[in-house]
Design a protein around this ligand. Structure first.
Ligand code: PMT
Length: 414
């Protein structure tokens, strides 16, 4: 339940994807949200206000010029009520109108009147999405501070294939969760410098092949995004992933563990915190072939692997190390192995990540962690990687202050 007591104002516009919105409302409510719905006149052709009223438990608003609602200034009341506004599906026409500030219907007026963050989930034919004018309108929306989520690619109702599908209800819910936790993000890390590693490393075998793992970078990027929102200066040292880094980060892209180590060491002097979230390959190929390797007559091929440097251990062993937060991806004995890493690598904190469940950890939207310090152990139950990032960074900041205080006291009595 990650949206408890959050007021979500869902505006539904006239696209075929509107048929998915009763399910979206149900899923938002399952996360504890209060949901109210605005239904535009054309949306009413695709989904009934009665269904939406039944699933939301609230009267659905359809009209700007509704005498009863406007007695209480209905559009202003809705605009003030919302913690987050979600426009889904958002048609090309709606995007054009919102980008120009039209206020000729209830949706347009509420968008102008609300201070809540506005998420827009486009849904349209792939050719309409590709149109230059749609692109320009989307840029205008982003410039106005609205956040586009999606569209996804795939088969469309009209038979075309391409970008333009609305994100699925569960993906939209995750986006709402992400933005609602961001909205309330405390600025606990204001002015602090954090270096974060994320994603996998790739260890070359020859010019076209490599050894790697399933890390998507989602956990590390969520940490980076959240740390920025908490006021930190973030250097994100990232292995090869397909994610977009937050604009405010200093992004350093690397491929191999050795490159990652070099990038980290170049930055670490100024860091207050080091978070090692990357899934760094423990081994690399000893002699990387300079040309593409050929199949030979033998059935087997032997590669000699040598150990990679341990980036986290190297940082934690520096004469003046930053506060170090490691991750431990384990499939068994999760807490014991993590605790061993905490002590042998001399870390301040470690987040044990049980990756035996394919739904969590590597390349998933959600995760669950057990956070260990030398004295304490705390469970962070299954949640989106963004929500977990916020909890984890808050714990890291508290522990940083506590350990600093203890060190200062110890210095004073020496
Ligand atoms: O990227 P996602 O798809 O979102 O998945 C997230 C994740 C599962 C990769 C992440 O949550 C996670 O658990 N990262 C650590 C993965 C890992 O390599 O764990 P490990 O137990 O092998 O390593 C222990 C720690 O040492 C880690 O902090 C790791 O970054 C660090 N390490 C390991 C080896 C090495 N040569 N250098 C290191 O710095």
């Amino acid at each position: 339940m990650q949206l408890v007591q959050k007021n979500i104002l869902l505006a539904i516009t006239g696209g075929i994807a509107a048929y998915k919105t009763p399910d979206l409302v149900r899923k938002l409510k399952a996360e504890g949200a209060n949901v109210r719905v605005i239904l535009t006149q054309s949306a009413m052709h695709f989904v009934s206000s009665l269904s939406l009223q039944a699933v939301s438990g609230e009267k659905v608003s359809t009209d700007l010029l509704n005498e009863e609602a406007e007695l209480g200034m209905g559009h202003i009341e809705l605009a003030r009520w919302a913690d987050i506004m979600l426009v889904a599906p958002a048609t090309a026409n709606t995007i054009a109108k919102l980008s120009s500030g039209f206020a000729d219907d209830l949706l347009g007026t509420v968008v102008l009147a609300t201070k809540a963050p506005i998420l827009v989930a486009p849904a349209m034919n792939q050719q309409m999405w590709a149109a230059k004018v749609t692109h320009q309108n989307c840029l205008k929306l982003a410039d106005l501070g609205m956040k586009l989520i999606g569209p996804a690619s795939g088969e469309q109702a009209c038979g075309d294939v391409g970008y333009g599908r609305m994100l699925e209800p569960e993906e939209l819910v995750l986006e709402v969760i992400k933005h609602s936790s961001m909205k309330d993000t405390p600025k606990l890390l204001k002015g602090k410098r954090i270096t974060i590693t994320a994603g996998p490393t790739r260890e070359a075998i020859d010019p076209v092949r490599y050894i790697s793992n399933h890390s998507s970078g989602k956990m590390g990027y969520a940490l980076a995004e959240t740390a920025v929102k908490m006021g930190a200066y973030v250097t994100l040292v990232s292995g090869p992933v397909t994610l977009k880094a937050p604009k405010q980060c200093n992004l350093i892209k690397v491929e191999s563990a050795e490159e990652m180590l070099e990038a980290v060491l170049n930055d670490i002097d100024r860091a207050d915190f080091f978070i090692a979230c990357a899934a760094v390959a423990d081994y690399r190929v000893d002699n990387i072939a300079t040309q593409k390797m050929k199949k030979n007559k033998d059935d087997a091929l032997q590669l000699k692997l040598v150990q990679n440097p341990d980036i986290l251990k190297t940082v934690a062993s520096l004469p003046r190390p930053p506060f170090t937060l490691g991750f431990a991806a384990e499939t068994e004995n999760v807490v014991n192995y993590a605790r061993k890493k905490l002590t042998t690598k001399k870390l301040n904190m470690i987040a044990a990540n049980d990756v035996s469940n394919p739904e969590l950890g590597f390349n998933s939207e959600q995760n669950a962690l057990i956070v260990l310090t030398r004295e304490n152990e705390r469970k962070l139950g299954q949640a989106s990687k963004h929500s977990l990032s916020l909890e984890l960074l808050k714990m890291m900041e508290t522990e940083y202050r506590f350990q600093n205080k203890t060190n200062n006291l110890q210095d004073a009595v020496k």
